[in-house]
Design a protein around this ligand. Structure first.
Ligand code: ZN
Length: 399
């Protein structure tokens, strides 16, 4: 695997920390060390998906034979059995207890018999399971090949009733995102979360024959910019124009994530303007609770510096009876008023309330999913959809 410290990365490192903090949940910049060139694998790489973190116990079901080895010392003899069944898993003083089966292992790797799925708390997954001991509990990771992982992501991230080419574009974007994360997680115990902090993964619960067919039709395909893997963000609905990742996530500006006109997402209910209201005193209290005390009541509210033709502005300003404060609109949505559906909004006062009006759903960066569906219905292929939302990129094969 070739990696290099690119000029783009060096510029990324110059971004003030405060700007990066806006991206706690969705950022691909956590932590940026190197930007990989296109990666070629001999086959689909294995991804480490964090399913549970620091839990005291969980339910594991496996119908069939199994093997448990110490992931830290694979040369040690394995614990084997012919029928695993349903077991309660918990920690012991020196290892794990799988029901009445105690194993003295720090990191237990459960290997099911060929073709057998493992269920965790009622949801079945392909691949192997790794249980990692922590100070008070343990983490549960699913080790699964990338293509099987995507079969459990595609239908969880986009309705499988949508047009084929939109789903193929989604599969390519999701694969690229996962490979990007894979390259930045070498010093972590996992590559991706199983929820919106990365992308939603529901294992076999989301996997259908249609999902498998669509993923297989894009097998190994990635989207790259100048031969490099980048963070192929996607979101539900942009409402007319996507927004630069540089603004939302504090990244270095890049052509492929600079924002484009869309307007193909008209079928989304969030293409139409939405509005949310909050009492002027209640908002002042929320601000005070967040350490931004500007008095007991909001006296004025406005946005400044529109970004091109989108409804996103660079600054939200709030004037209270005892001071003024300002927010990045995305940070405000994430930390103060989570009802807002996107960072694309304006604000005004009306009587005793502060009224936010906006469009879109999500962070509005990268591929607009409803827009992808709109383009597919107009006859565009997945590669064209990718090219529209990530300008100047190419779809290439990684294996
Ligand atoms: Zn759109």
């Amino acid at each position: 695997m070739k990696i290099r410290l690119g000029a783009r990365l060096r510029r990324v490192l110059l971004i003030p920390l405060g700007a990066v903090l806006a991206s706690v949940l969705f950022s691909c910049l956590m932590p940026p060390r190197v930007l990989p060139k296109v990666v070629h694998f001999s086959k689909a790489p294995v991804l480490r998906v964090l399913l549970l973190k620091d839990v005291e116990q969980t339910d594991v079901t496996l119908e069939g034979a199994f093997k448990i080895i110490d992931a830290s010392q694979p040369e040690r003899p394995a614990v084997q059995g012919e029928a695993f069944g349903a077991r309660k898993l918990s920690l012991t003083a020196d290892g794990f207890a799988f029901g009445n089966l105690g194993v003295k292992l720090q990191n237990a790797l459960l290997i099911p018999a060929e073709g057998q799925a493992v269920s965790l708390e009622g949801t079945a997954y392909r691949g192997r399971f790794l249980f990692v001991r922590r100070e008070t509990g343990f983490d549960v990771l699913n080790l699964v090949d990338l293509e099987s992982y995507l079969c459990g992501v595609l239908g969880a991230e986009m309705p499988l009733s949508w047009p084929d080419e939109a789903l193929r574009a989604q599969a390519i974007a999701a694969r690229s995102y996962a490979v990007y994360k894979l390259n930045f997680s070498k010093d972590r115990d996992y590559d991706v979360y199983a929820d919106t902090r990365s992308q939603v993964y529901r294992g076999l619960a989301a996997e259908t024959a249609r999902a498998r067919e669509l993923v297989a039709s894009t097998s190994g395909l990635l989207v790259t910019a100048d031969g490099e893997i980048f963070c192929s963000y996607f979101h539900s609905t942009c409402g007319g124009e996507t927004v630069p990742a540089a603004f939302i996530f504090g990244e270095e500006p890049s052509p492929e994530l600079d924002g484009v006109r869309c307007g193909f997402c008209k079928d989304s209910k969030y293409f139409k303007p939405w509005s949310y209201r909050i009492d002027r005193q209640e908002l002042a209290q929320k601000l005070a609770a967040a350490g931004k005390n500007i008095g007991p009541q909001i006296e004025a509210a406005w946005v400044e510096e529109p970004i091109r033709a989108s409804n996103v502005h660079r600054v939200l300003k709030l004037q209270g009876t005892a001071g003024q404060t300002e927010f990045h609109p995305y940070v405000f949505r994430r930390t103060i008023f989570s009802k807002l559906k996107s960072p694309a909004y304006t604000v005004r006062l009306e009587g005793s309330e502060v009224v936010f009006e906006g469009v879109g759903f999500g962070h509005n960066v990268g591929l607009c999913q409803y827009g992808a569906a709109g383009l597919a219905r107009e006859g565009h292929a997945a590669e064209d959809i990718i090219g529209h939302f990530y300008p100047g990129t190419r779809v290439t094969s990684a294996y």
